[in-house]
Design a protein around this ligand. Structure first.
Ligand code: PGA
Length: 303
């Protein structure tokens, strides 16, 4: 029987959802790609795996048998991964991660999932702004750094792992909330709550505004994203923030994303280390985990 692990993984998802579209979404594939793989699998085993009546699909007897085996195979693969990890020394490893204060909103969630697979691993998580991240890289203090925009003048390995849209936010009572295509120039009349010097979010904001020859009038400086969100909610002014810091406020409609020209600004999150640095087995495993799993675990709010 000429069956690949990839085909079994796709089959397992379709069998679980009994729905090709949902399986395709979960696997980040197109629906025709999923159907094609299932067709090839059926050709390989020479029996149909699904029955279709109208729009509903169900497993055939062969499908049910294959589902049982594909579950066993996934469990065995997971076990093999754990055993190999132990051999590589991940089991009792230690990891120093330094993350941007804006990444702090999702990194603990990723770490929690990683730790379920490697319960013996210890972490020290240092949260700082962009200036602090660059210092940690320069002084080789961190195994891995998670940041918005890696500096170009350092010799680094930087890999992007998730989109990072930045938006302008306002309280729901703000007169611009229902406006469409607000010109960036209109922002000149607004008070902005800005992060401290040294913050990546702040320097991005300054760059976007400066490109249009704008300087927000009377900015109010606050060194914490939480304080900025509270300030915007209280009507002190507007702010520019990564959507990852806003998940709860947007869901509860305590803050609103304004439709401003040029926004959202689409950036990426990066996992970074110095070029030439030898990553420990744990650092390597966490880096691989982040590159493969982040977008399954962290939801990027729609804006
Ligand atoms: P910061 O993070 O605003 O907390 O510095 C964003 C970044 O790394 O660019």
């Amino acid at each position: 029987m000429n069956v690949t692990l990839r085909q079994l993984k796709i089959f397992e998802a379709v069998a679980r959802h009994l729905n090709f579209t949902k399986a395709a979404e979960e696997l980040h594939l197109t629906q025709p790609a999923v159907s094609m793989q299932i067709k090839q699998l059926e050709q390989a085993i020479e029996l149909p795996l699904f029955d279709q009546v109208g729009k509903r699909i169900s497993l055939t007897e062969a499908g049910e048998e294959l589902q049982r085996y594909s579950r066993q195979i996934s469990t065995q693969l997971l076990e093999a991964e754990q055993v190999i990890a132990e051999l590589k020394g991940i089991r009792r490893g230690r990891l120093n991660i330094t993350v941007a204060s804006t990444a702090n909103y999702f990194v603990p969630r990723l770490w929690a999932t990683f730790r379920m697979q490697h319960p013996g691993v210890m972490v020290s998580l240092n949260v700082t702004n962009r200036e602090g991240l660059i210092r940690a890289l320069a002084e080789n203090e961190a195994d891995l750094v998670i940041m918005g925009q890696p500096p170009e003048d350092m010799d680094l390995v930087a890999e992007s792992f998730m989109p990072n849209p930045l938006v302008v936010i306002a309280p729901p009572s703000h007169p611009l909330c229902d406006a469409r295509h607000i010109p960036l120039q209109r922002m000149k009349a607004e008070t902005f709550l800005v992060r401290e010097q040294g913050s990546g979010t702040r320097s991005l904001m300054e760059r976007v505004f400066a490109e249009k020859g704008l300087e927000p009038s009377t900015p109010i400086e606050m060194s914490s994203t939480e304080a900025i969100k509270q300030g915007v909610e209280a009507g002190l002014g507007l702010a520019l923030l990564s959507v990852h810091t806003l998940e709860m406020e947007l869901a509860l409609k305590r803050l609103v994303v304004l439709d401003v020209e040029g926004f959202p600004v689409l950036r990426d999150w990066y996992i970074v280390h110095r070029a030439g640095k030898r990553l420990s087995a744990v650092a390597q495993a966490f880096r691989d985990f982040m590159l493969q799993k982040t977008t399954d675990i962290v939801h990027v709010p729609e804006v």
